[in-house]
Design a protein around this ligand. Structure first.
Ligand SMILES: C[S@@+](CC[C@H](N)C(=O)[O-])C[C@H]1O[C@@H](n2cnc3c(N)ncnc32)[C@H](O)[C@@H]1O
Length: 270
């Protein structure tokens, strides 16, 4: 699964990501992640590809800000993360070479980012390296596009108007969605006791126009569309998303995703 998409945003778009995208889609997944991974007081937590820091902040509510570190490759995302929660340690770094010592964290979390890493197994090995012996590595990813009744038709709408650059990004979002393959990646990375859960989240938007604003303006998609393409997508989105609209036009769009949890082996006593 080699690709070149890494979800890079400039700072204004990173602010929009924090203000719009995170509350619409990822806040509830962060709650689920820390619960499924068993984050508890006294643990040290690493959030890999932390973006603007929703998972790190959610873990800090349980473990305390001083126990949490977030790493992301993008300084713009980290600048927003640090503005929102300066007490957490924010480090710039690549998931393929995490800037943290071996065995320094009880729980390593990575939400909605594994599909952007050029080598997912190498990144999972790095997460394993960062964990203590017997520690937890937990990853959340969106499911397959075929299992997304709302995002599927939206991606299809974009494909009717956009170019290959936009479609490359929209293809990668779902690239880790095959659960059997994902579990195999964990095993290849040397993680044990692998368990997974599939959830259907509820992404919330105030209207179809809000859906398009969130999905386009607070993601790298904005830079891949012309004004004309964007306008056509905005015009047609309401019809495509109609099945998810309430009487007042607000949308609740299902986002199916997987959370996979594995453990680093405990070192045997000689
Ligand atoms: C969709 S965002 C998810 C961010 C965050 N985990 C969340 O739940 O909001 C994907 C993030 O992956 C980061 N990223 C992509 N490739 C990376 C890499 N090789 N190493 C570290 N971070 C990376 C991007 O900069 C971006 O912040």
């Amino acid at each position: 699964m080699a690709h070149t998409e890494s979800f890079q945003l400039e700072e204004a778009a990173a602010e929009a990501y924090e203000a719009k995208f995170v509350p619409a889609m990822f806040t509830e997944w962060a709650q689920r992640m820390v619960t499924v991974a068993g984050v508890s007081p006294g643990q040290r937590i690493l959030d890999v590809a932390c973006g603007t820091g929703i998972v790190a902040r959610t873990a800090a509510e349980i473990a305390g800000a001083e126990a949490v570190t977030g790493v992301d490759i993008n300084p713009a995302m980290l600048a927003v993360a640090a503005r929102v929660r300066p007490e957490i340690s924010w480090l710039q770094g690549d998931a393929a070479a995490l800037p943290v010592p071996e065995g320094a964290f009880d729980v390593v979390l990575c939400q909605m980012a594994l599909m952007f890493f050029p080598d997912a197994v190498a990144a999972l090995r790095e997460m394993c390296r960062a964990a203590v012996d017997g520690g937890t590595v937990a990853v959340a990813v969106p499911g397959r596009l075929a299992d997304q009744p709302g995002y599927g038709p939206f991606v299809e709408l974009v494909s009717r108007h956009a170019d290959s650059g936009a479609m490359s990004l929209l293809g990668v979002y779902w690239a880790c969605g095959n659960l059997e393959k994902l579990e195999r990646l964990f095993a290849e990375a040397g993680l044990h006791g692998v368990e997974s859960q599939t959830h259907i989240g509820e992404a919330k938007y105030s209207s179809a126009a809000d859906f398009v604003a969130v999905e386009v303006e607070s993601t790298p998609l904005m830079a891949r569309l012309t004004e004309d393409q964007f306008a056509r997508i905005r015009t047609e989105a309401a019809a495509v998303l109609q099945p998810f609209a309430a009487a007042d036009g607000a949308l609740t769009v299902p986002l199916q995703g997987h959370i996979v949890v594995g453990r680093k082996a405990k070192e045997r006593k000689r």
